[in-house]
Design a protein around this ligand. Structure first.
Ligand code: HEC
Length: 117
């Protein structure tokens, strides 16, 4: 194999990796939508602290995803979340303030997140 074709193979491999990364990214956003400026406006009308919700989203895709990856927020009902969150906050050893941030995020997703029911 000459140098040019080796470079071509390397580029193809890189392109393949990039293609793998794109759906991964899309599914993260679908599972745990960002607190966009639009959602921050929804938060304001519902008395939810948008900054807290944004911190909650960081925790959701960070500390919370350590063991099992980010579970799709909307795969559980608000009633289920009320039971799950304290249990998982305990597993994550979250402080009360961090748990409140996560609650704010979940409330915002319930109120106005994509596919809001
Ligand atoms: C130390 C590991 C660990 C961490 C950190 C963790 N989880 Fe879990 N999670 C688990 C395990 C194990 C299960 C499955 C058993 C269970 O439900 O307790 C689970 C289950 C779940 C489920 C499904 C539960 C159900 O009954 O449907 C959700 C949703 C979830 N976790 C969300 C979270 C969130 C949100 C956080 C952050 C606050 C978090 N997890 C942090 C280990 C973890």
């Amino acid at each position: 194999m000459n140098r040019t074709s080796k470079r071509y193979v390397a580029l193809r491999a890189l392109a393949g990796l990039a293609l793998l990364a794109i759906p991964g990214c899309a599914s993260l956003l679908a599972r745990a939508p960002l607190v966009t400026p639009e959602l921050a406006m929804v938060a304001a009308t519902r008395g939810i602290d948008a900054a807290a919700a944004a911190r909650g989203r960081d925790l959701y895709v960070g500390a919370c995803a350590r063991c099992h990856g980010p579970v799709a927020v909307r795969s559980r009902t608000p009633a289920q979340w009320r039971e799950i969150l304290p249990r998982m906050a305990d597993k994550t050893q979250l402080e009360a303030a961090a748990t409140r941030d996560l609650s704010a995020y979940l409330s915002l997703m319930e109120a106005g997140g994509p596919d809001a029911r």
